[in-house]
Design a protein around this ligand. Structure first.
Ligand code: BGC
Length: 749
């Protein structure tokens, strides 16, 4: 009967639909026929192919590639170019030469702006969270999720890839970056971008450089001497760019030693292009271009997202001889060679696939399970045994997990779980994703009485805590672009909530969902602390799996947790108390070039020479300060023992044994640090190598790691290069920056 109906429907449809519809339905989608060009030859190098295209380009076409076409989807009411994929920017391709458009998407922790087209995008754990795994392979998986979803949605370029190191722990964007250490951050971000680009999507590393705070980010000058710069922030970029060979590097909003990053000859021409050997192109942060001739000569290759300085103005500068044509051709070369190298010309993405949300969620959960750090486990309260009653308190843990905001915001499926409304997430909105810790905790404890309290009233939260066997209190620190936290304290009196709950029940476990490090005045009052960061769409399950021991925690902190703001190099975020002033900014609004008024902070300097290269744990060590939790710290449900350190005479290789001395399988992150000879004048050690070691109970493994000579070198400003100083180098190996039971040494003559 049922099949008769189907046949009847098909017959009726066939009678009324034109034949062409059936043909269209029957045939797979075909790319429009491409004209043949000499540069289609894939046996040629990307550079050869790019040069062949440039020979055919007119001056207008050469200019067309080096700027965006406006704010488009980012600014409501602005025109949207017809072929734009509705991402952060769109560069018009050159049809007659077979050069496709460049469709760029913000995608730091997942693809942004999906809601606008009712698309789905996976929210991954924050990149700072993923950096806590110290797992380069996990970082590649992270990148591959983003790359795959970009491609499925028709984008050919990501503008994620933040690697600004955590100089300012209250920076609103730390969740988009990979922590305070240049070797860890560079390795993780480089591998993330490598994984992304392996999906044949162009990648990007940003914000180059010293965009280490959001307060006054468009005007402040980050001032730092070249030696310290090369050994800290720039080293993170150097490592990431070396690993990923990204198509793009986005120059930052801020100034560096007086010059805007996007017109800064030192950081662009001298360091990035000459010293790092970067072959891709430099694109400005959005609205971060401030000149034509100066920027072009300093090494900027593309203005984003407009054409105020690199459109007609650049053409005229070329015609007047102020910018050599060869410089514009170099810009084009860098863009085209990157497009060929990434495969987006030979195999352009088509917005014709459905993103796989299931695979994305599994991957996100796996990454979260490697990212969540166990910071305290008094009386072995974790993993949870089988409590009769559990109180779950605070942070909307009944409906979801927190995400980071700004241009890294991913739109939550079904809307904000804590505050559903139509449309995508708003700028600065505190957005929860529908992965409910409460739901998964209940699944793990089917026989327990599990009750939720919103945590908005300390007395009622404490009353529930008192009546329960165990309490899990969730606290949060919403963070987003363009805004820094004023202090390291949790907002909204959450410290008082934790204290009230812990006073009512000694078996209190705190789960933190924070953008970065926070202070914990209650750490002595609670039994357990788990740092979950912004854990992504699989976060609820991952948290529950760790709490109940289905997963043994392995993550370690990629940032130092200070006891108070006073311990930081700047007890206050520089500039945070300045009053904004009205400034005029050129822009193109609704197709019209105008000057518009914006409220911005007045220009100010931030003296990064105060810290120099002593960022994070290096600062704490050099000042002899005891942090709340040290860099590289994280507990497990098993225990490990280190022994047998061997260091080769040149310090190229170290080997040692790690043994699992407990009764559970686990993965230990082994950390290798080096202290340079006295002549280096460094009263701190440096992370130089690390590895994740998976161990069955009782198992022991020999770990052999190489030390990159650059990581134990100093940067010599006079010689403009890295130098290994003669003398004795100490090697320290262990489980965190504060616990290095093995010591050895090597000599450089
Ligand atoms: C951010 C960039 C982002 C761009 C486009 C800027 O405000 O700093 O990271 O890629 O906007 O959304």
């Amino acid at each position: 009967m049922k099949s008769d109906k189907v046949l009847l429907c098909a017959a009726v449809l066939a009678a009324f639909l034109p034949l062409s519809v059936f043909i269209a339905l029957a045939q797979p989608y075909q790319q429009p026929p491409k004209a043949h060009h000499a540069w289609d030859d894939r046996s040629l190098s990307p550079d050869e192919r790019a040069d062949m295209v440039i020979k055919e380009m007119t001056l207008d076409e050469k200019i067309q590639l080096v700027h965006g076409t406006g704010w488009g989807a980012l600014r409501p009411g602005d025109p949207i170019p017809p072929r734009s994929n509705l991402g952060a920017s769109y560069v018009l391709g050159i049809d007659r030469l077979g050069i496709p458009d460049i469709n760029m998407a913000d995608s730091a922790v997942g693809v942004r702006l999906a809601a606008m087209q009712s698309r789905y995008a996976t929210l991954l754990p924050s990149t700072l969270g993923a950096a806590s795994s110290w797992d380069p392979k996990g970082a590649q998986l992270y990148g591959s999720v983003i790359g795959r979803e970009l491609r499925a949605q028709g984008y050919n370029m990501s503008i994620g890839g933040g690697v600004d190191i955590t100089r300012e722990p209250r920076n609103g964007r730390n969740f988009e970056y990979a922590g305070e250490d240049p070797v860890l951050a560079g390795t993780m971000t480089g591998n993330l971008m490598k994984g992304l680009q392996a999906q044949q999507v162009m990648g990007d590393i940003k914000h180059y450089a010293f965009n280490d705070q959001e307060t006054g980010r468009d005007i402040l000058s980050a001032n730092i001497n070249h030696k310290a710069a090369r050994e800290s922030d720039l080293l993170a970029f150097e490592i990431a760019i070396g690993i990923a060979e990204p198509s793009g590097v986005m120059c930052a909003y801020n100034r560096v030693n007086g010059d805007y990053s996007c017109e800064n000859d030192w950081i662009l021409n001298q360091v990035l292009k000459k010293s790092f050997g970067f072959k891709g192109w430099v694109l400005s942060d959005w609205g971060g271009t401030h000149s034509t001739v100066k920027a072009a000569l300093a090494g900027l290759d593309q203005e984003m997202p407009e054409d105020i300085y690199f459109g007609d103005a650049l053409k005229q500068a070329v015609q007047k001889g102020e910018v050599p044509l060869s410089r514009v051709e170099d810009m084009d070369h860098r863009i085209l060679r990157s497009m060929f190298a990434a495969g987006v010309i030979d195999n352009p993405p088509m917005p014709r696939s459905v993103v796989d949300p299931f695979k994305g969620r599994d991957d996100a959960q796996q990454i979260a399970e490697e990212s969540i750090v166990l910071l305290k486990n008094g009386n072995n309260v974790l993993p949870l045994k089988t409590p009769g009653s559990i109180a779950i308190i605070g942070s909307h843990a009944d409906v979801g997990v927190l995400s980071g905001g700004g241009s890294a915001q991913v739109d939550p499926p079904g809307g904000n779980a804590a505050n559903p409304h139509p449309g995508g997430a708003g700028w600065g909105e505190t957005v929860y994703f529908p992965s409910s810790p409460l739901k998964y905790i209940k699944q793990h404890a089917p026989n327990a009485k599990v009750e939720f309290n919103a945590g908005t009233d300390n007395a009622s939260a404490a009353a529930l805590a008192k009546a329960s066997d165990v309490v899990i209190v969730f606290v949060n620190q919403p963070m987003y672009e363009s805004h820094d936290a004023r202090t390291l304290s949790l907002p909204d009196n959450q410290d008082a909530l934790v204290s009230a709950v812990a006073a009512a029940n000694p078996h209190t476990i705190v789960v933190l969902e924070t953008g970065g490090s926070v202070t914990m005045p209650w750490d002595g009052q609670v039994e357990g602390i788990l740092e979950a960061w912004f854990p992504g769409i699989g976060g609820g399950e991952a948290i529950a799996n760790l709490l109940f021991g289905d997963v043994n925690p392995s993550a370690k902190l990629p940032v130092t947790f200070a006891k108070s703001d006073d311990q930081l190099a700047f007890p206050q975020v520089p500039g945070i108390d300045l009053k904004p002033v009205e400034v005029q900014v050129p822009t193109v609004m609704r197709g019209q070039r105008i000057m518009h008024n914006e409220r911005r902070l007045p220009p100010f300097d931030v003296d990064y020479n105060v810290q120099g290269a002593r960022v994070g744990y290096k600062w704490f060590e050099s000042k002899n300060l005891q942090p709340l939790f040290p860099f590289g710290f994280g507990l497990s449900y098993t225990s490990y023992e280190y022994s047998g350190l061997k260091v080769d005479s040149q310090g190229h290789e170290v080997s040692f044994e790690v043994k699992n001395t407990g009764s559970r399988a686990g993965t230990e992150i082994a950390e290798v640090y080096a202290a340079l000879p006295a002549a280096a004048g460094e009263n701190y050690k440096r992370l130089v190598a690390f590895d994740r070691v998976a161990l069955a109970p009782g198992e022991s493994k020999t770990v052999t790691l190489q030390i990159d000579p650059k990581y134990v070198s100093v940067f010599d400003e006079q010689k403009d290069g890295w130098q290994l100083l003669p003398g004795e180098y100490k090697v320290l190996v262990g489980t965190s920056s504060a616990e290095t039971p093995l010591t050895g040494s090597f000599q450089i003559k």
